[in-house]
Design a protein around this ligand. Structure first.
Ligand SMILES: *Cc1c(COP(=O)(O)O)cnc(C)c1O
Length: 352
């Protein structure tokens, strides 16, 4: 049996209990795609790479943390797992639980989850429960239930999630041959920024690689770490980072500070513009995934210049297919043409 997920490749570097039973879908090993044209547009003179995490088995980076969390839970004897989710955690938990023969229960905020994510959770056989409330409300509920019932919590409060998610940092270093100088990524519950920082520090300790500065990016309508207080009613089109009380908020602020980086906010318009711009590189990401790159662009517009020769990595956390509606909802339907070449030619030439 050939398995090549993150536990097979980096297991020795992950702090997992001995009872862990590996459950994998060969997640990780996602492409690090150079984007020289986009770098030139942003002033040039530096190397820009997109870490496309939408290429994981369920379409987001959540799979890195789910393989480890589900593997640990299975080894500990859990027959069921539960999570609150803005969508991607739900799809990922559902897939890995299915593979482990466990039942998955996922709580989502009603009406705030993108179509491709909800469909994923259902397709993988999870029990989906909608909550008339926010993600933060849903999280409080699953924490309470996991304390009362023998159901494992697989939100990023679960430390094994972060152990798996560290491997994104390892992969970037392994491909580049050392750590980049700057890493940009979106911040919601702040588990991923925390995990990346853990991973880079671990490689610094064992391989003497330098540490990158970390630029964490929130959506302006959902930016508790920038405002310095929780947001009761977060609003943003970037549903994956629509979180008002990040559970790993303190650690995120620490990662930004320790790395001489920062956490900033960008508007929904900036996020959607960057989603479109990335698509012109052939990389279609869901809105939240464009936030890291949108943050870099905003910093550059505000006067920051990436030092010559530096390597910048933007983590694009999830696939565009997760949220198709955001792209098509305001468009007229594609033009219909009868099956006649001359009519097709007219339509094409009018658009050239
Ligand atoms: C979960 C998620 C995020 C936010 O990650 P956190 O660890 O919650 O900060 C960003 N983008 C996508 C696509 C996600 O699924």
């Amino acid at each position: 049996m050939i398995e090549n997920g993150i536990m097979a490749r980096y297991g020795a570097l992950l702090d997992l209990p001995a009872h862990t039973i590996p459950i994998t879908l060969n997640e990780g090993n996602t492409p690090l795609i150079p984007a020289p044209r986009l770098a030139d547009e942003l002033g040039g003179g530096f190397e820009l790479y997109i870490k496309f995490e939408g290429m994981n088995p369920t379409g987001s980076f959540k799979d890195r943390g789910m393989t480890t969390a589900i593997s640990e839970a299975l080894g500990a004897g859990a027959k069921a797992v539960i999570c609150a989710s803005t969508g991607n955690t739900a799809a990922s938990a559902a897939a890995y639980a299915a593979r482990a023969g466990q039942k998955a229960i996922v709580l989502i905020p009603r009406g705030k989850v993108a179509a491709g994510k909800l469909a994923g959770a259902v397709a993988y056989g999870a029990q989906v429960v909608q909550i008339d409330g926010s993600f933060d409300d849903a999280l409080n509920m699953v924490v309470a239930i996991s304390q009362r019932q023998p159901i494992a919590l697989v939100n990023s409060l679960n430390p094994y999630r972060l152990e798996g998610q560290k491997t994104g940092a390892f992969e970037i270093c392994d491909v580049l041959g050392s750590a980049p100088e700057l890493l940009c990524l979106p911040v919601g519950n702040a588990g991923n920024i925390t995990a990346y920082w853990m991973g880079f520090k671990q490689y610094e300790a064992i391989k003497s690689y330098c540490l990158p500065r970390i630029l964490g990016v929130q959506a302006a309508g959902s930016a508790p770490l920038v405002l310095g207080h929780p947001v009761d009613r977060p609003v943003t089109v970037a549903t994956a980072i629509r979180i008002g009380r990040p559970v790993r908020g303190e650690q995120a602020l620490q990662a930004a500070e320790e790395s001489s980086g920062k956490i900033i906010a960008v508007s929904d318009d900036e996020i959607l513009a960057m989603q479109k711009r990335l698509a012109k590189e052939g990389i279609w990401v869901e809105p939240a995934s464009a936030a890291g790159m949108a943050g870099l662009a905003a910093e550059i517009r505000a006067g920051y210049r990436v030092p010559a020769g530096q390597r910048v990595v933007a983590v694009c956390t999830g696939h565009g297919l997760k949220d198709p509606d955001i792209v098509v909802k305001d468009l007229p339907p594609a033009k219909a043409v009868p099956p006649m070449a001359e009519l097709l030619e007219e339509v094409i030439m009018a658009g050239l």
